[in-house]
Design a protein around this ligand. Sequence first.
Ligand SMILES: Cc1ncc(COP(=O)(O)O)c(C=O)c1O
Length: 369
Amino acid sequence: MNVKIFNIDRDHAQIKPRLITTFENVLSGGEFILGKEVRALEEEFAAYVGTKYAVGVASGTDAIKIGGLALGLKAGDRFVTTPNTYIATAMALTEHGCVPRFCDIEDGSYNMDPAALEDLLKKEPGIRLCIPVHLYGQPCRLDEIREICGRYGVMLMEDACQAHGSRYKGRNVGTMSDVAAFSFYPTKNLGCYGDGGMIVTDNDEAYKQMLILRAHGQTDRHVHDVQGFVSRLDELQAALVRVKLPHLDDWNIARRRNASLYDAGLEGLPVKKPAEEPYAYHVYHLYVIAVEEREPLRAYLGERGIITLVHYPTPIHLQKVYSHLGYGPGSFPVAERAARRIISLPIYPSLNEDEIAYVCEAISGFYRK
Ligand SMILES: Cc1ncc(COP(=O)(O)O)c(C=O)c1O
């Protein structure tokens, strides 16, 4: 049997006819950039998340970039995130001369450790923005992080790029910070068919800035007072995401069902399973296990047609691009240990019981041999 790591076409088989009709409608509709589909998606996404505003942009990376700049971040300003995220969480703002600082994660959830955050803010006063990530679809400890940021006067941005539909203590992610960033990268829980992203906020002033920044810094027609970007969501991507948004909750339920099947199938094996925290509604963008023999196990699964990935093999403080920041091996032991041990197993809505049983049986076979 072959088990792919993603299977987008199969996930969307039921809505394919609607996607095709929508595609044709946009082609003949005559509006291609920031038109009625984008406006409608912005309204629907804001209503789904529960924020006053949503602003469509060209990618999740741009959502972080424009979100941060709309909050007033300038070159030289420092922000903090975790080292075990996708590089974009940091690079979105280092591109603009902002300086990343990192703090370690919790071993259980792989998310930002509030105690490590507080240590850093104490040691390095003046950090302006904190960007915790809801990694793999599980919300981070928002109450603690918010309280600490409040005490140190640090603004907060949720990186919700992997967590569409996830909830913290019953509240939707994206509603508990100054701004939040979502990605519509095709493999995300809510993806488009190219690049796309969305920023959400309740902040009137930040919202105004986002609209200006995403469109050449234009404050009025042919008036450009600030440096801006070309970061516009296009009609086609917005229209296709609109077809998918009403299915997101059901797809997340399917992901959660698949996670439970894995949990049961991996019981008793020397594998650390992902743990859903008591405060979390985990949407399993990724189902990540941790093992001692990572590469031999991945090779064994690969020989049996099972594709796995690693998110992420190199913590970003150890990437060459950030070698000037003064970090090195040992700076963040929890994140570094996780990076050596984690494996992402296939987990998408259309993955079926037989496929999950096959993956679990293969992992079990590896440990029996
Ligand atoms: C945690 C995280 N942050 C940011 C991004 C950037 O999103 P995009 O690829 O849409 O630019 C991604 C997705 O790749 C991500 O997983």
